[in-house]
Design a binder for this molecule. Structure first.
Ligand SMILES: Cc1cc2nc3c(=O)[nH]c(=O)nc-3n(C[C@H](O)[C@H](O)[C@H](O)COP(=O)(O)O)c2cc1C
Length: 356
């Protein structure tokens, strides 16, 4: 049996294989609601055989949305539409996960196909918030610095979102602490210039994430996995480093986090990232050495590449984004390339390739 198609049990949840559909914004919601697009998009990937399927960054509050079109989970009315999706995914033997997010200073922007620029309040946008009043770029209205009541509200929002995620039937939560969004902004000394207990030292900058983890763990079933996506490195002198990530991973593990999804970048504009196949895999490998499960992500596009990552002990699961967007049936083809077996949806069995 290939390593990529071997099951993985985390707490009480068993993934049938190590292929994870990475969170991918769809910018297709109205007022945060899931709709037919989300069912078809995520459902196709369940039919395609992925072990774990994450929703896109799902906002815990209206002001935490990247764009007005983001998926949300800030009110009870959002849960039935999400439950329809988790039911479908589970019927097809995959596991449904949700990425909980707050976009911080990168909120209130137009969806990519609407221009991707900041939307001001008069045009239907809103005042963004962040650890410090420093804009991602200098040409936009800067965020407002969160006060302690604002931080408490963020914590309450993440906790309530986790409660709703449970009701909606998700089995895995991933906290989005990467890509320059709110939690990452607190982690980084480049975007966090606070002088209170949430800024300055490593301990203070990691406080918000630690508190979010604890708030979620207080309502999330103990037997359900909790993942955290981090930007393992900011690729910038003076920024967050892989050494910081390794130190953070052990702390998160002690708070009940099961897996670190090792992405990078996103908090510093115009930084040069050495893009190449599997360029972030060394981060997953380094963090894994601290004794926690990891996910590798980024320019992983073939069965052989993913198999090697898992077989060589560099990561426990592989997140696919653009490749599985191009081809929702990637796992069905990958399994054949690795000479392995996977169950097909009964409706599609007649298309199963013959064995030589
Ligand atoms: C259309 C699109 C939307 C994305 N949205 C998210 C998101 O909601 N949350 C997130 O953490 N990353 C998001 N990403 C990043 C991916 O999850 C992934 O980390 C990145 O694309 C690298 O993987 P790849 O080379 O397999 O595409 C998005 C990527 C794409 C292409």
């Amino acid at each position: 049996m290939s390593k990529l198609f071997s099951p993985l049990t985390i707490k009480n949840v068993t993934l049938k294989n190590r292929i994870v559909v990475s969170p991918m914004c769809q910018y297709s919601s109205v007022d945060g609601f899931a709709n037919d697009w989300h069912l078809v998009h995520l459902g196709s990937r369940a039919v395609g055989g992925a072990g774990l399927i994450f929703t896109e960054a799902t906002s815990v509050s209206p002001e935490g949305r990247i764009s007005p079109d983001d998926l949300g989970i800030w009110k009870d009315e959002h849960t039935p539409g999400l439950e329809r999706i988790t039911d479908f995914i589970h019927q097809h033997g995959s596991i449904a996960g949700i990425q909980l997010a707050h976009a911080g200073r990168k909120a209130s922007t137009a969806s990519p196909w609407k221009g991707g620029k900041q939307i001001t309040a008069v045009n239907g946008g809103w005042q963004t918030v962040a650890p410090s009043a420093i804009g991602f770029t200098s040409d936009i209205i800067p965020p407002a610095e969160l006060d302690s009541a604002g931080i408490q509200k963020v914590l309450t929002n993440f906790k309530a979102a986790a409660q709703r995620a449970l009701i909606a039937g998700f089995k895995v939560i991933e906290i989005h602490a990467a890509h320059g969004y709110l939690i990452h902004e607190f982690l980084s000394p480049l975007s966090n210039h606070r002088t209170d207990t949430y800024g300055g030292s490593f301990e203070n900058r990691t406080r918000l994430l630690r508190e979010v983890v604890t708030a979620i763990r207080s309502v999330w079933l103990a037997e359900n996995p909790l993942f955290v996506r981090i930007s393992s490195s900011e690729w910038t002198n003076g920024g967050w480093t892989i050494e910081d990530s390794v130190a953070l991973a052990s702390i998160l593990k002690s708070l009940g986090v099961d897996l670190i999804d090792c992405s990078s970048g996103g908090n510093v504009a115009k930084v040069i990232i050495p893009l190449a196949p599997g360029y972030q895999v060394p981060f997953a490998e380094a963090v894994r050495k601290s004794g926690i499960l990891t996910g590798a992500v980024g320019l992983i596009t073939t069965a052989e590449q993913a198999e090697a990552i898992v077989a060589e002990g560099k990561a426990d699961v592989v997140f696919f984004a653009r490749e599985i967007l191009r081809n929702p049936y990637f796992p069905l083809q990958a399994v054949q390339q690795l000479g392995d077996e996977i169950e097909w949806a009964v409706q599609y069995v007649r298309a199963k390739p013959f064995k030589n």
